[in-house]
Structures are given as structure tokens and as C-alpha cells.
Design a protein around this ligand. Structure first.
Ligand SMILES: [Zn+2]
Length: 645
């Protein structure tokens, strides 16, 4: 073991009777406690050659001023962990290496630099650590040439270990004053423990040990995200040159609308003319003002009420001694990621040709923020959470930011109007629209009746099975009684899936549309519908009308963008419980839960998949999907319904 570690441990005894002796010992080995921050030292001593930087020259912290506080952490003994969740071009990694370069002459002690792969470790060691240490701390290098290998640089007063995250050795041998975990999100997890945990265990007995972890994030809840959440969650706030208030740069305040021409986005203009609109004073800020702004920036901890939470939604208080930082490319002074280029890349990935992959890349690499998964499989708990009248515990925020836990009731409970075709309970209100959707299978039909109110809230009030089209007459004349009213309501209109046995469906629809009865004197508005993949006629909508023919007659078919509608119901209405809400009755059958959980989202293929053999039928899932298909058409009319008696 290096004697430096005895010194580090000796420092624990300061203030005890032995301390005089120990202080002498400390003084004989260490220089006086440094007071100059690493970044100031680096501006005099660190030269970045063409192997280290795209812009060779003397290190200059004014290009990345947000890394200064990070480089001051070794001088703050109360800080044990520093976490940086960052975008691609922010100089945070270089800043961490500066600490390593500064150590031999100012803060000696063993150090470990660990990056995801051995290959990367060799690269960083060869290009960025060894040459600068040789130059700066050459006097400390031992004469033995074997002491300067790429995995271990032995100096007279400290060892620097450089390793890939897969090797356990460096985490077992010795104690470290400084550990740097670079690209943490990509580190290999061995036997269930992260390098972060192993690094911490290497420092438990080092009084002023410092652990620095930095990485681009990946999915929300990944290791860098969780470590960031655990700390102070600092944001870099910069003064607006117009209103002088401090703001965080965010993509949504980049402005390029003026670069959209009749033929579409003019990306050349986007690159040249994008500007930032201050979120507080709404005045424009231009790229050339950025450097002065970021050089006047300060790190501010996220206030308690706005703290980021892990995917389980729990509030995590900041752990003492853990500073965490997050920064995006919007702050970067690199030409390649200036505001114009970032806006161009955002438009390409989120507007012009959006794909999940492209959006994710922009979010992680340029915004330096974790990707919130948009993919779900619906669980039974998700379905149960849709029951009206449910009581839940929620965190309520007061105006001063304090939170308290309260029990709230969501909606008023109600029951199915019919069970197995038998009247059961009156509707709780007079609906603006009673709408039926029917999924046709080879030997039966399944139906779902929803009561919509004028706010487009949706209440499932009836569902069941019919053996054939003839039984549709039962639904056509089925009375739905309303609490407190003498007149019943009837199903106004509906959609019948024509994906199977198309001709029979078309004929049944035409028959109902053209047959008058006392309840529907102008015929019953039952229409065929079908789901399909992407079609250029949708233009961002979810439905379109198609004309088809049967027995020499024209028939209008409602076509729906299947993927979009499924996102709408499974993610929007069910998972996120988006308003206006979908409400389920108290007494829905267990079969409904099975069917609504039968579809799963295949993340890699970016589509909803239904394996009928494995997961059972999803007919009522399709019925619900067509309810929201119908809504596309009657949403506006709901506002003026129900008609007066
Ligand atoms: Zn402003």
C-alpha cells in the first residue's frame, strides 16, 4: 500500500492527542492544503494537443465555465460524491481529467479512472492521461520504466489506475482518494453491483475521498439518472441579457418558426436564423450572446417541489455530501451544436421525420436528459385504476412547495347498465351520446356501449356477446334508463368492424341504416370500420373515410390509423389516465381485464402486438379503440348534446 493512504487515514486522527505527531507527518509528505481551484491551475499547466482536443491549445475554462464548480470539489471535504448527467459536447470529462493531472503536485493520493470498455480505457490513458502526467508531474515519475504502463501510472507519491469497467481488480486492491467513473451508464454491472457501489466501498475509510461519476443518460431510472436524483440536482442558470433574470436553457424556447416556408422547413435558414426566446421576458437572445451568459452562470440546486423523481414516482431527498449536476448542449459553445444546428436536429428528429429512435437520441445526446419510456404493457392494476369512485393517496403540493399526502376520490362510482343482456342499473347521468362498437369474430360478435358526456368523458356502461348480426336488433331497441328521468335513452349510432367477413358486415350496416323503427325513424346509424397501418391521407389525424361497394351499392367505411388509436387508448387513456377520462364501472367482468391487457407494445418494432394464442382475445380492446375512433368524428358535436327533450 502506498504511504499516501496511511496519510489519508492519519488525517482521521486530527484533533486527538496523537495529532501533533500526525500533523508533522502529514506536512512532511503533503504540500500545504491547496486553495487554488483545479480549473485555474489547469489554465496555466494543461496544454491540450490535437490528440486530446478538436481545438488544440492551452486549457481555457471559459469555453466550458459550467465545469468550474466540478473542478472545485476536491477542495470541499464535505463533498463525497459528484455526479454529472450531461450531453455530448460539454467538456465535463476533460474537467475530471484535469483533477487527475492536478493531483500529483497538489492533492496526491491514489486515483482510479474507470471507463466502460478496456479499449476506451487504453485510448484515454494513452492520449489524455499519460502524456499530460508525464509533462506535468515528470519529477514524480519513478525511474522504473515499467511503472508507466497504460493500466497503472506509478508516481513517487501516488498511483493512477486506468481501467475498463469490466475488470474487478482495480476495485479490490487498494484505497483511492479519487475515483472517476466515466460513461457510467455504459459500465458493466458485475454480480449485481454497479461500479458506483464498488467505488464507494473503496473509499469508506478515506476521510476526504471523492467519487466523480459522469455520463450521458439513457433510459429514465438508469444508473446516472438515479445518482443524479440522489444529489442536489443542480441546474446551470444564466442571466438573460434582456431582463437580467436567471434562466435554464431549454430546447422548447428555441425559435425557428419563421424558417418554415410554403414548401416546408428551410433547414439552411434554421441553422442560420434560430434564436432563443427568454422564457421570462419573451425577448430574443442570440447565439453570440451565449458565451458571456454562460460565463456569468451559477449552479443552483433544484427546489424541493420540482425535484426529479425516479420512475416509481417517489420523492427522493438530496443526500448530504452528494452534488449532482445536469447540463445540455444548449449551453455548449461548440459550433457543431450551436442553437441553429440543435434546432435543425430537433426538427429532423421530432417534426420532419419523427421516430422513437431519433427522438431518443436527441433527448439523451443533446439535451442530456434520460429518455422517458413511451412503451407500456397494460397491467391489471392499470385497468383497475380506471374504476370510477376509486380512492387514492396523492401528494398535494401547497403554494410554498411543501407536499402532503391526502386521500382523494376519483370520479363517482357507477354500475353497468346491463349484465349479460339483463337490465341492472340506471345510467348515472343523461349521456350526450350512447355509442356502440362491435368487434366481429368468425362465430360471434362482441360489443361495448359507452355513455359520453358533453365534456367527452367516457363511461363504459354495457358490454357483452352476440351470436350473430340478427341480435343487433336487441341493441338497437335496448332502453338505457337514466337516474331521475322517466324517458330512457337509446344507442344513437355505432361502428361495426369489417375486418372479418366484410360482406356480411356491410349488408348488416346497410340494413340498419335503411330500416326505420319507432326509436330510430331515420334508420339506425351503424357503420363499418377498419383499422390499418400508416396512410398518407391521415396527415396527423387518426381517421379517414373510404368508399367501398357491396351489391352495387356505395358504402362509407371509417378507416382508422390503428397504431395511433392504440397509443391513444392504451397509453393516453389507460396508462396516463388523460383527461377527459375513461371511467370503468364498479362491476366490470374479469374478462375485460384479460382482454385489455392482451396487447403488448413491442419496443424494438415500435408497434402493438397481439398474440392471441398466448394472451387470449382482445376484442373489447378493439371495441374500446373504435369508441375513440368514433370520438374523432363526434367530439365537436358532444358539446351541443344532449338535445333538449
Ligand atoms: Zn429575459
Amino acid at each position: 500500500m502506498s504511504d499516501l493512504f496511511s496519510v489519508a487515514q492519519a488525517k482521521q486522527f486530527i484533533g486527538t492527542p496523537e495529532s501533533d505527531f500526525l500533523l508533522d507527518l502529514v506536512a512532511s509528505v503533503m504540500q500545504t492544503q491547496p486553495t487554488e481551484p483545479v480549473w485555474k491551475w489547469a489554465e496555466r499547466h494543461v496544454w491540450l494537443d490535437e490528440k486530446m482536443s478538436a481545438k488544440p491549445g492551452q486549457y481555457n475554462s471559459s469555453f466550458t465555465p459550467w465545469t468550474r464548480e466540478w473542478q472545485e470539489l476536491p477542495l470541499r471535504p464535505e463533498v463525497r460524491e459528484g455526479v454529472f448527467m450531461k450531453s455530448s459536447r460539454t467538456g465535463v470529462s476533460e474537467a475530471a481529467l484535469n483533477i487527475l493531472r492536478w493531483m500529483p503536485d497538489n492533492w496526491p493520493g491514489n486515483a482510479l479512472y474507470s471507463i466502460n470498455s478496456d479499449k476506451k480505457a487504453r485510448e484515454v490513458g494513452e492520449r489524455r492521461i499519460l502524456p499530460s502526467v508525464q509533462k506535468i508531474a515528470g519529477a514524480q515519475m519513478t525511474d522504473d520504466e515499467n511503472d508507466a504502463t497504460l493500466s497503472r501510472i506509478s508516481l513517487k507519491n501516488m498511483d493512477i489506475m486506468i481501467s475498463g469497467s469490466g475488470s474487478d481488480g482495480p476495485f479490490m486492491e487498494i484505497w483511492y482518494r479519487l475515483i472517476i467513473l466515466d460513461e457510467l451508464e455504459k459500465h458493466i454491472v458485475s454480480q449485481g453491483t454497479t461500479t458506483y457501489d464498488r467505488a464507494k466501498s473503496r473509499q469508506t475509510d478515506v476521510t476526504d475521498g471523492l467519487l466523480l461519476a459522469l455520463s450521458k443518460p439513457e433510459d429514465a431510472g438508469g444508473v446516472i439518472d438515479l445518482k443524479y436524483i440522489n444529489g442536489t440536482q443542480k441546474k446551470f442558470l444564466v442571466p438573460c441579457p434582456r431582463c437580467d433574470q436567471r434562466i435554464e436553457f431549454l430546447t422548447k424556447f428555441l425559435v425557428a418558426n419563421h424558417c418554415k416556408e410554403d414548401s416546408g422547413w428551410n433547414l439552411q435558414r434554421v441553422v442560420a436564423e434560430t434564436y432563443y426566446q427568454c422564457q421570462l421576458c419573451q425577448q430574443p437572445i442570440h447565439e453570440h450572446e451565449k458565451r458571456a451568459m454562460v460565463n456569468a452562470g451559477v449552479w443552483v440546486p433544484t427546489p424541493e417541489a420540482q425535484r426529479r423523481r425516479p420512475p416509481n414516482g417517489n420523492y427522493v431527498p438530496p443526500e448530504p455530501g452528494v452534488e449532482s449536476y445536469q447540463i445540455s448542449d444548449l449551453y455548449s459553445l461548440f459550433e457543431r451544436v450551436n442553437w441553429g444546428n440543435l434546432m435543425k436536429m430537433w426538427l429532423q428528429s421530432n417534426v420532419i421525420n419523427p421516430t422513437e429512435e431519433a427522438k431518443k437520441y436527441f433527448r439523451m445526446n443533446h439535451e442530456g436528459m434520460p429518455w422517458e419510456n413511451e412503451t407500456y404493457s397494460i397491467t391489471k392494476e392499470t385497468v383497475q385504476a380506471l374504476q370510477a369512485g376509486r380512492v387514492e393517496e396523492q401528494m398535494i403540493k401547497a403554494a410554498d412547495g411543501t407536499e402532503s399526502r391526502v386521500r382523494v376520490q376519483l370520479g363517482e362510482s357507477f354500475r353497468l347498465a346491463y349484465r349479460h343482456g339483463q337490465f341492472s342499473s340506471p345510467l348515472p347521468f343523461r349521456p350526450a351520446m350512447l355509442f356502440v362498437t362491435i368487434d366481429k369474430q368468425w362465430d360471434h360478435l362482441k360489443y361495448m356501449v359507452c355513455a359520453w358526456n358533453s365534456d367527452a368523458e367516457n363511461f363504459l356502461v354495457d358490454l357483452g356477446r352476440l351470436s350473430d348480426e340478427d341480435q343487433l336488433n336487441d341493441l338497437r331497441t335496448r332502453p338505457y334508463y337514466v337516474a331521475g328521468r322517466s324517458q330512457p335513452e337509446y344507442i344513437f349510432s355505432g361502428l361495426l368492424d369489417s375486418g372479418h367477413r366484410r360482406d356480411e358486415v356491410y349488408r348488416a350496416c346497410i340494413k340498419h341504416q335503411t330500416t326505420a323503427c319507432a326509436i330510430h325513424p331515420a334508420g339506425w346509424q351503424l357503420h363499418p370500420c377498419r383499422g390499418e397501418g400508416k396512410h398518407e391521407e391521415y396527415r396527423g389525424r387518426l381517421s379517414r373515410l373510404m368508399t367501398d361497394y357491396i351489391d352495387g351499392q356505395e358504402i362509407a367505411v371509417r378507416m382508422f390509423f390503428d397504431h395511433g388509436l392504440k397509443n391513444e387508448i392504451y397509453i393516453g387513456q389507460m396508462q396516463k389516465r388523460k383527461a377527459p377520462r375513461l371511467w370503468l364501472p364498479l362491476d366490470y367482468p374479469a374478462e375485460l381485464e384479460n382482454e385489455l391487457t392482451a396487447e403488448i407494445y413491442d419496443k424494438s418494432a415500435n408497434k402493438w402486438v397481439h398474440e392471441k394464442i398466448k394472451r387470449g382475445p382482445n376484442d373489447w380492446g378493439d371495441c374500446l379503440k373504435y369508441q375513440y375512433g368514433g370520438l374523432q368524428e363526434f367530439r365537436e358535436e358532444l358539446k351541443s348534446l344532449p338535445l333538449p327533450d
